[in-house]
Design a protein around this ligand. Structure first.
Ligand code: FES
Ligand SMILES: [Fe+2]
Length: 445
């Protein structure tokens, strides 16, 4: 570990096959994560399907900064910093709604839902050099969208969202959205939330962990077996499922190969995979036979978009770090546009059965996170082992790294990206960024 003056040596804390426990427990590392990963890189904010109507808004966060995701009267989606340009009060206090304006309660400045400052109270107190146009709500420096997934970056310079996502992750986002024969998601079904006393990265690692389900969720699998007579073996060491590293910290559990012969097992366990003849016909109509088959076999995706977006089953899951030992998680079950209502109801019920507050699965993982954090207090041998399957990981034809479903390819992929951002986010990168934004300013003149 580092002395208080020196920088933290991330190379020493994150090895290819293991990580040091302090990366989950050290407040100073958490502060640097916020700065280097969440306040600089691309972060998932929300989905356009959450705010379909003009004026619809959601209160979100990028790292620890409050952001309003809002659709203006002009139909355009914007990310606005939730900070009055007068003396920095938050202008929005509720997590969802529809509003033409946001009025700051402190001195009454009022902003339109496109961010423009529309009214200043007692404006005669300012001289002629004051222009309302100069004091609209600040937009998040960069915003971009892919298939309705809205990402923001608090840094004005850096790689594009397209570069951050990369082709393999974009293809997985496509598979998730293209289950809709209209090619669009409805994200208005609501959200449920949970929190746990543990580090945010436990949720990332666990969401992409094909090793734990048969142990942590044993009661669930036993119940499914009792009910249906079927034994789901996706998460065993003989499964044909894969762990896959898509690059840039984006990783997935890939069950496509397994699904080709076992989709009935998955459907029995988690009845969220769509079926029905009308639906299949609509899919073929829209995508053609081959692509429709590909989408239906995948049945969505199971992936992490680094650092905070997880897609599992029907849900969009957002991981919100609070402190080094506290995390909030938001689960948005999605509906498919262009399908019969019964199918969407099926998606919701299936989702609730495992992930809901009274579901049979998700709560067990939370218990694991809290035990994990508690275990870190024992520091005699402070390393966590991530070497499973290293000897058998290999490149697939598309260049992504794969190994068996229970292997820790996914965890290693997360940590590679984490280390890259934490190391590059150091002073060298700040200088590079300043140079880059200096260049941008010059070209703008
Ligand atoms: S702080 Fe918002 S009007 Fe004064
Ligand atoms: Fe789990």
């Amino acid at each position: 570990m580092a002395t208080p003056q020196a920088g933290i040596d991330y190379d020493a804390l994150v090895k290819e096959d293991r990580v040091h426990g302090s990366v989950y427990a050290e407040p100073r590392i958490f502060a640097e994560e916020m700065e280097r990963i969440f306040h600089r890189g691309w972060v998932y904010v929300g989905h356009a399907g959450e705010i379909p109507e003009p004026g619809d808004f959601r209160l979100k966060k990028i790292g620890q900064q409050s952001v309003i995701m809002v659709r203006g009267e002009d139909g355009q989606v914007r990310l606005l910093m939730n900070r009055c340009r007068h003396r920095a009060n938050t202008v929005c206090q509720v997590e969802r709604g529809n509003a033409k304006t946001f009025r700051c309660a402190y001195h009454g400045w009022t902003y339109r839902n496109n961010g423009d400052l529309s009214a200043v109270t007692y404006q005669d107190g300012y001289d002629a050099s004051f222009h309302k146009e100069d004091y609209g709500l600040s937009p998040v420096p960069r915003m971009d969208m892919y298939r309705g997934f809205i990402f923001g970056s608090l840094s004005p310079a850096g790689i594009t969202l397209d570069e951050h996502l990369g082709q393999p992750a974009k293809e997985q986002l496509d598979l998730f959205v293209d289950l809709s024969p209209a090619g669009e998601l409805d994200v208005t079904a609501g959200v449920h939330k949970y929190g746990y006393r543990g580090n945010w990265k436990f949720q990332l690692e666990n969401g992409m962990d094909g090793y734990h389900p048969n142990f942590v969720h044993q009661t669930f699998f036993t119940a499914v077996q009792k009910r249906t007579g079927l034994k789901l073996d996706l998460f065993t060491s003989h499964s044909t499922g894969l762990t896959r590293d898509l690059g840039n910290g984006h990783v997935m559990l890939d069950s496509r190969e397994y699904n080709k012969t076992n989709s009935h097992l998955l459907r029995a366990a988690l009845p969220t995979m769509p079926g029905g003849d009308d639906y299949k016909e609509a899919m073929v109509q829209r995508y053609g036979h081959e692509r429709a088959e590909e989408i239906l076999t995948a049945g969505g995706t199971h992936m992490l978009v680094f650092p905070n977006l997880i897609l599992i089953g029907v849900q969009i899951r957002v991981v919100q770090p609070i402190s080094e030992s506290e995390t909030q998680v938001f689960l948005y079950p999605t509906l498919l546009k262009g399908v019969a209502p019964a199918m969407n109801i099926g998606r919701l019920r299936g989702h609730e059965a495992f992930f809901g507050p009274a579901g049979k699965g998700a709560v067990d993982d939370l218990e694991m996170f809290e035990r994990n954090q508690a275990g870190l207090s024992a520091r005699v041998d402070p390393w966590l082992l991530l070497s499973r399957g290293m000897q058998r990981e290999r490149r697939d034809v598309d260049g992504t790294l794969i190994a068996q479903m229970t292997d820790e390819v996914t965890q290693r992929g997360i940590w590679r990206q984490w280390k890259k951002m934490m190391v590059q986010g150091g002073e060298g990168s700040v200088r590079r960024q300043l140079r880059a934004s200096g260049r941008a300013a010059q070209t703008a003149h």
